[in-house]
Design a protein around this ligand. Structure first.
Ligand code: CO
Length: 246
């Protein structure tokens, strides 16, 4: 790759990047106001996102850009490897505010290929605090070890763990008090698992959507030609203990 291509979008030395970001902000305000004079007034007057996005902190997976949503549409929580840890008060507060106050109807857990957190969990290589954070992800890998170790290609094994991780985090979400109570009172709330393919830029649904319908009914309705998504649901349902769907 030539230096021309490398620096095309950011032709300044690293020291000045924060200044560049501030300057770009001014330009963005001018352009936005020119095409939509009321844009910022509307932004200030209400906060009514339709979706809670739980994604990875990875810089290459910006929720609004890849989903082509505008400011105001997504309530966002991001952490390393898009974990839903039942004792994480940060996530639980975000979830409760999103569901009970903002009234979102969809929650998306979005993992991504080339996830450093997932690789670290498989390879047991991460700084101590990160390693501690990834403990639950290592449990996911252990519970699905039969399937994962049968995959010879390390790249495909990573991708499969990315998918399984997303599925397990959706199930973790479904067992939070916030979600259980929302479903119990009849609120429309759908939990989705997606994976972002970094190489081609495409989001894909891994087919583990939960909407409060009991697992037995969902299995009867599940499409049979679904391939990978079906396998995720099946393997998650087969697994014991905390991995049962709902
Ligand atoms: Co990641």
């Amino acid at each position: 790759m030539t230096s021309h291509v490398t620096f095309h979008f950011n032709p300044v030395p690293p020291m000045n990047r924060s200044d560049t970001m501030l300057a770009n902000n001014r330009r963005w305000v001018r352009e936005r106001t020119a095409e939509d004079p009321d844009f910022f007034r509307r932004q200030a007057s209400e906060h009514r996102p339709h979706t809670l996005w739980i994604g990875c902190s990875d810089a290459r997976v910006p929720a609004d850009l890849i989903s082509q949503t505008e400011p105001g549409e997504l309530f966002v929580h991001r952490n390393i490897a898009n974990q839903v840890v039942p004792t994480d008060t940060n996530l639980l507060a975000v979830l409760q505010y999103a569901v009970d106050v903002l009234g979102v109807q969809d929650v998306i857990v979005c993992g991504h290929e080339e996830c450093g957190g997932v690789k670290a969990a498989l390879e047991d290589a991460a700084p101590p605090t990160v390693s501690q954070w990834l403990a639950q992800l290592r449990t996911v890998a252990r519970l699905h070890d039969d399937e994962l170790s049968a995959i010879a290609d390390p790249m495909r094994r990573y991708v499969r763990l990315v998918e399984l991780n997303v599925a397990e985090q959706v199930y973790n979400l479904s067992r939070t008090m916030v979600v259980e109570q929302a479903w119990a009172r009849g609120k429309t709330l759908r939990l989705h698992g997606w994976v972002y393919g970094l190489r081609e830029g495409l989001l894909r649904d891994v087919g583990v959507t939960l909407d409060g319908t009991p697992a037995a009914e969902r299995r009867e309705e599940a499409p049979s030609a679904a391939g990978a998504p079906e396998r995720i649901a099946e393997s998650a349902l087969r697994s014991g203990g905390g991995l049962r769907a709902r």
